[in-house]
Every structure is written in C-alpha cells, then in structure tokens.
Design a protein around this ligand. Structure first.
Ligand code: NDP
Length: 457
C-alpha cells in the first residue's frame, strides 16, 4: 500500500503504538481499535482567500482534522503558522484524542489551522484573514459537533475575530470556540490553563520523588517558548518559589544571569511584545539593565546552555528537544521533563529519558519524563469547562475554575502513574513510565467508547 509521507503523524503514531505493546499483549482484541483509531473520521481542507492592506488577494490553505468523536464533540486548537501542513495537524489531532480522554471530560479530538503567517501582518489583516478562514470553517463546526480553540499563532485576539465571524455567518451566538473573551462566554483561567496545569502536573511528580512536602522552592527551571504556554508556566513557577532560568522563541534563547531568574515584571513585559510578534531580542535590548540581567543566545534552544538545572518545560513547538539536548539535560542534573508543547521531545530524546528510568537504582537518579498529552492537558480541560459554562449560561469564578483545573491535573497524573505502574512494573524500573501510562489510559478510554458505539467489534 502506498502512503503519503507524514513524518510528524507517523512519529506520534509510533510513540503511541510502541508504548501500547504491554497492554496489547494482554488484550490482543484491541489491535483492531488501534487500526481504526489512527484514521481520522473526517478531514476538511479548504482555500482561504483574504484581502491584504493593499487590497490584493492573498491565498492560504486551511484545514480541520475531525479525528475522533467517541467521547464528545471534536475539540482541539487552531494553529496559524507557515509550517502548518496535514502531517502536523494529523499528529496534533491524534495526540488530542488521548489527551482529551485523560481530562475525564466529554470531549473528542481534533485540530486545525492554516499556513498563514501572522508575523508582519497588521491587526486589520489578521481580522480579515480570520473572517475569510471562518467563512468556510463555520460550515463544519458547532457547539455539538466541533469546538476549536487557540494554538500557536491563535490567542485571544484571533479567537475574538473568529467568534465574531461565526456569529455573523450563522446568525447564532453559541459556544463554538473556547478561549473567548470573558464578556462573551469565555472562562476564567483559560489563558493561564495550559501553563498552570503543566506546573500542577509536575508538582505531583516532585511529590512522588521527593516526598509530600516537596515543591518548587529553589528549583531551577528551563522553559522554552515565550508564548501563551511558556508565559503562564513561568508565572506559576515563580509564584511557587522556583527560579525561571530561560525563555526562548523562534530566533533564540534569553538566559537569566541573576539568581532570582525571570521576574513577574519580565513576564508582564514580554506578553504584549509577543502579541505584537516582536522577538525576545527586542526585550533584551530595550534597557541597559536588561542587557546585563540576561544573555541572549541567537539560534539556540535552552537545553544545552546551563550547567545545572532541575526541571525542563519545553513549551514552544514539536521536536524541540533532540537526543543530544536530552543528554545535556541529564548531564545538567535535570530530574523532571514535562512537555507544555505537543510532542516537544523527539523519540530519541524520550528514549534517553526513559533509559534513566529503567536503569536507575534509586528514584532520585531518574530523569522523569511526562508527555504533552498528559502534562499540557490543562488547557483543553479548561476549554471543556468553558463549554460546560456556555451550555449552562453561567460563569464560574477564577477560584472555582482553578480548583477544578487542579483536581483534573491531579486525577490525570494519578491515572498516568497507576496505569504506568500496572504495565511497566515488570521492567524493575525505579519509577513507572508516565508516557506508557498516559498512552494506555487514554487509548483504553477511547477504544472502549468506540466499541460501545459500534466503531469496532
Ligand atoms: P504561542 O503562539 O503563544 O507561542 C509559541 C512560542 O513558541 C513562541 O515563543 C514562538 O516563537 C515559539 N515557536 C513557535 N514555533 C517555533 C519553532 N518552529 N521553533 C522555535 N520556536 C517556535 O503558542 P502556544 O504557547 O499556545 O503553544 C506552544 C506549544 O504548546 C505548542 O506546541 C502548542 O501546540 C502547545 N499547546 C498549547 C496549548 C494552548 O492552550 N495554547 C494547549 C496545549 C498545548 P516566536 O514568538 O518567535 O514565534
């Protein structure tokens, strides 16, 4: 059978398949579910013609992958980035199915986006693009069918434009997107949710290894990215007493040279700069104080830049930790790696981390790895809560949503830990595999719902 090469999707599929092996050995009938779940229920591709500020027509390719609706309406973000293609959206949609299952909420998996590059575009062009994109997408989504959200290049501004466009094209005000503004159906904590949830997840990893009283105090933390996920992960790490050593973007890494690391003031200043698509160099160069407080490493990612760190939180994009960078993290004494990004680590990097788990004599020798589909599930979890609030026409307080997010991340962690313990105990490893735990737990939930609905037998 000839197949179109889809490297990112095949990588995500191989990661899932390889870790399912101990489960499938004991439950061979689920091989059929695996064969079926890897094909999207539907893929929509479409032309997006929009008008730039000169009045000229521009054209891009738009997509929505409606991957799996066994557990609820398709749910997953929209990515606007020139690299967007079907392989990337299929990998993201595939990951999303099992991530959404791990939240325990009624949400299926999907992903979409466009190869439109928001960088260098005016607000007016972004608005025109969003309207053109939604003109076609609006035919395929709906509060009971498919509820997109943000991802790379799509934040509050874009979600607002997309929501407004949907409302005009369909004459209905409904919860068809999450990440909306608070005044038109958004949820408190949705912008923060992925970053906060990531930190909550790692808090449980730390407790397991270092004891119930242990936390982030004094931990040196490497973070990549400086967008939505990275900013709020940094904010929460700082709030819990950790030291944020780095942030990065597509051009390079900013490394703190001060013992306190990045401060809340740094994060608050970087946020609006990123909405305006400026780079971290602009921030670094803006005052002489900042020039001496940070060093800038053009073209570099953070992982091999420091001699000592405790935690690594990749939060920019896929495949952002290579095998060599994983080895550098091990050498620097990092004990916890948890992905804010989707598929942040290459398979070779995961193998480096997982090898420390199986070879370690004591838990303290492990570089414990949490895959994005578990550790970054907080974003979609609060999106699920936004859908619940929209259905009930209510708005919970910030505290209520944060508490629910914390509970979901704790349950997600426990599910990964317990399922990992059940299927990876026989290796005699010091700690269970959270990647196997996440994959098996998510897969079984989805496969069982598919079977009950007659998708396989
Ligand atoms: P943003 O667009 O807000 O930020 C993305 C950040 O990553 C920016 O700093 C950007 O740099 C950097 N980046 C993007 N592409 C590359 C690249 N090819 N190489 C190096 N750096 C890059 O996106 P988010 O923070 O929302 O998303 C970050 C990651 O988290 C993605 O993998 C996304 O799928 C994942 N995620 C996001 C969720 C959410 O709720 N937003 C939920 C779960 C996962 P620059 O500024 O230079 O463009």
């Amino acid at each position: 059978m000839s197949r179109v090469s889809e490297p990112e999707f095949e990588q995500a599929l191989n990661e899932l398949t390889s870790t399912l092996a101990p489960f499938l050995e004991k439950n061979p009938s689920y091989e059929k579910a695996l064969k079926i779940v890897q094909i999207p229920e539907r893929i929509i591709t479409f032309r997006v013609v929009w008008e730039d500020d000169k009045g000229e027509a521009q054209v891009n390719r738009g997509y929505r992958v409606q991957f799996n609706s066994a557990l609820g309406p398709y749910k997953g973000g929209l990515r606007l980035h020139p690299s967007v293609n079907l392989s990337i959206l299929k990998f993201l949609g595939f990951e999303q199915i099992f991530k959404n299952a791990l939240t325990g909420l009624s949400i299926g998996g999907g992903k979409g986006g466009c190869d439109f590059d928001p960088k260098g575009k005016t607000d007016n062009e972004i608005r025109k693009f969003c309207y053109a994109f939604m003109q076609e997408l609006s035919r395929h989504i709906g509060p009971l069918t498919d509820v997109p959200a943000g991802d790379i290049g799509v934040g509050g501004r874009e979600v607002g434009f997309l929501f407004g466009a949907y409302k005009k094209y369909t004459n209905s005000f409904s919860g068809i997107l999450t990440g909306k503004g608070l005044s038109f159906g958004g949820s408190h904590i949705r912008p923060e949710a992925t970053g906060y949830g990531l930190v909550y997840y790692v808090s449980w990893m730390i407790k397991h290894v270092e004891g119930a009283e242990a936390g982030w105090k004094g931990k040196k933390v490497l973070i990549s990215g400086s967008g939505n996920v990275a900013q709020y992960a940094a904010e929460k790490v700082i709030a819990l007493g950790g030291v944020v050593l780095s942030l990065s973007d597509s051009k390079g890494t900013l490394l703190s040279t001060s013992p306190e690391g990045f401060t809340n003031a740094d994060i608050a200043a970087i946020g609006p700069m990123k909405v305006a698509h400026k780079s971290l160099t602009d921030y670094h160069q803006s005052t002489s104080e900042l020039k001496s407080k940070f060093t800038y490493h053009a073209g570099a990612r953070p992982w091999a830049l420091v001699e000592k760190a405790d935690v690594a939180l990749p939060s920019a994009t896929q495949n952002e930790i290579s095998e060599d960078e994983a080895k550098a993290l091990v050498k620097a004494g990092v004990k916890y790696v948890a992905e804010g990004s989707n598929m942040g680590s290459t398979q070779e990097a995961i193998d480096v981390f997982e090898a420390t788990r199986t070879s370690a004599k004591a838990v303290g020798d492990v570089v414990w790895y949490a895959p994005g589909k578990a550790s970054n599930a907080g974003g979609v979890a609060v999106s699920g809560l936004e859908m619940s609030q929209n259905s009930a026409r209510i708005q919970w307080t910030r505290e209520e949503v944060d508490e629910k997010l914390q509970t979901i991340m704790e349950k997600c962690y426990n599910n990964c830990f317990e399922t990992g313990s059940k299927y990876t105990k026989e290796t005699g490893s010091a700690l269970p595999s959270l990647v196997a735990g996440a994959n098996i737990a998510g897969f079984v939930l989805v496969a069982d719902a598919m079977k009950a609905q007659g998708d396989w037998w």
